[in-house]
Design a protein around this ligand. Sequence first.
Ligand SMILES: [Mg+2]
Length: 191
Amino acid sequence: MHTVLGFTAVVDNPDLVALFIAPGWPTMRRTGVFGGGPRGRMLVKPDGGHAPRAWVENEALVLYRPHDAHSVWLYWRAADHEFREWYINLEEPWRRTPIGFDSRDNLLDMVVTPDLSEWRWKDEDELAWGVESGRHTADEALAFRREGERALKILRRRSFPFDRDWPSWKPDPDWRAPILPAGWDAFIDNS
Ligand SMILES: [Mg+2]
């Protein structure tokens, strides 16, 4: 596992998983030597460790329909709960674990304006780097893009989760930062 995020589960049923995270809530990131890929953002030499890093700036609600190869994130600026954007994260279908869910980010993403009227690909260069560096095959990269195109059709049809006014959703003000459960590091994969 590359990144660990401490969420509160808002919904967990067979049709929908919704998870919430807010500034200050715990995450763990891999450590090692960065500097690869576009803008030098990619970790090129993991050292096997993780370091805590708090989530910052935004409140986020992740909406996931089981078996999909993408999740839909809503971002609000935490300071005033202003809705900023929809974000489609392409990723492997989630696997349930004893302490949460596990997935793998597929590099390419999509950003959608608050009113759903415009969208764009994000991090196409990271996916290209992923292929060049042998982390993904060209076929895999194509499959990620196809999933994005499928998500785009869903968006245009205003099907789930774009069929509901999720931007008006608000977190319970009593929710507090969770503590990462023991065993968060049991699924470490440094590939
Ligand atoms: Mg992503």
